[in-house]
Design a protein around this ligand. Sequence first.
Ligand code: FES
Length: 287
Amino acid sequence: MVHMLNRLMDAQSWARPLGDFNKRWLGAIYRALGPLKDLAHGRWLGHPVHAATTDIPIGALTVTIVLDLANQRSAADISLVIGILAMVASAAVGAADYVDTDGTALQRATIHSTLMVVALVIYLVSLVLRAGDPLDRTAPVVLSITGYLVMTAGAYVGGDVVYAFGNMVSRHAFRGAGGKWLPLELDGGLTLTDLVQDQPMRGRAGINTLVLVRHGDTVHALHETCAHAGGPLAKGTVVDGCIQCPWHGSRFRLSDGAARRGPTVYDQPRYEVRAAETGLEARRVTG
Ligand code: FES
């Protein structure tokens, strides 16, 4: 079943150019909104806001079906309005994540958002028909149920974007901080004294790749893989005491790895570095 659905989604070739087009105009809007984009991602919450907001319309629109079937007209209409408003709010915050999505995840996210827009239009038509207070409510009720089925299909594809493609999942979710010191090797066999002020340098400690930055008298070390979507922080730039990812512009404070600008909503693991008798060593202290 899942393979058939995956093949069906992969066959939606229209979604790739539409996704690129949507990214351009939505990106322009969110760039103009500045800090509001961070608010929509959920950096302030340490959790993607879209994941939390999607439950509200689904809950309200489920209630609409139940109330319609129980012939509770006014209550059904009120829950429909709540569901529609919550869908719009959820779409607004989801769009912020969407503009920083790439590749197959973007193709899937485009199918997801298209299905949700279709469901929203169906719900709006149902609402307009209800506003006329018809004696026979068969058409608006059938439309609501149709909208619900489309929304459920959209939710399935949206879940795929997160669970199958890891979109907005922390790239460091599966490794905790450990107290073990590991030998640290800098690229090109460099030493700490070779580090140039505010110039990121890559190093390796065990299976982990680190980015090291000399800032003032201190050498900071963070995991090199961006928590947002795996961008290479060693190719990033240092801005205001943070390292900025070259892929989507997330910023992490060098001193502690705290996320200072989205799209990441997760902090970056920080490492301590020391010079041991046998050479450099590093150990993860946060994340
Ligand atoms: S990978 Fe997206 S900001 Fe780093």
